[in-house]
Design a protein around this ligand. Sequence first.
Ligand SMILES: N[C@@H](CCC(=O)N[C@@H](CS)C(=O)NCC(=O)O)C(=O)O
Length: 228
Amino acid sequence: MIELYYWPTPNGHKITLFLEESGLPYTIKPVDIGKGDQFRPEFLAFSPNNKMPAIIDREPNDLGEPVTVFESGAILRYLADKTGRFGGEGLRGRVEVDQWLAWQIAGQGPMTGQYGHFTVYAPERIEYAIDRYTREVQRLLGVLDRRLQGRAFIAGDDYTIADMAAYPWINPYTKAPLDLEPYPEVRRWHASIAARPATQRAYALTRQVNPNAGKPLTEEERKHLFGR
Ligand SMILES: N[C@@H](CCC(=O)N[C@@H](CS)C(=O)NCC(=O)O)C(=O)O
């Protein structure tokens, strides 16, 4: 059984996308990042960067002690290796997946996150930052759009952990949506993943785990998320 330390945000969705798609048994341990659960010593003991997602695998393939993993990219790779699914086939298939997984966790995710921070959450409007991250996200959408030309999914014909990582970070801010009109391949790919039953199950967890999802942040939530 996998214990998933989770809150319904784009990085959290990456892991529920995998778990719902693979059918691997799991249980959710909510980490309410608006209440400061990410700073609890028992969570920091295995997720020292004070961010979710993280997992504990109580039944690792080597039958040894439980395995803990933090960082969404590392978790996706671990789960792909554990199940032998969604991680790319053979040396060449695997490297296709891993380079785009790295592109997502080092580029598309953080840049889109900064775009969201400065357009939605920052207490003051800083034009330079908004402009910088808007253009960077648009550039990354262009990179993804070109990659998807002639391919069903990021790594080729198969749906993989590279897609699961990138999907939740396409336009995650309803208060600051970006125009996806210039990226037809991204729109086609995004719609095909949105239609998957596993995707719908993963996103249905949002309201179940956080009934306040989508509401403006309270002062307490801002303090825990941006104040330390
Ligand atoms: N690089 C990390 C980023 C995870 C992350 O940013 N998690 C956010 C929510 S999406 C979080 O837990 N924030 C709590 C905090 O910053 O205190 C990953 O890919 O797992």
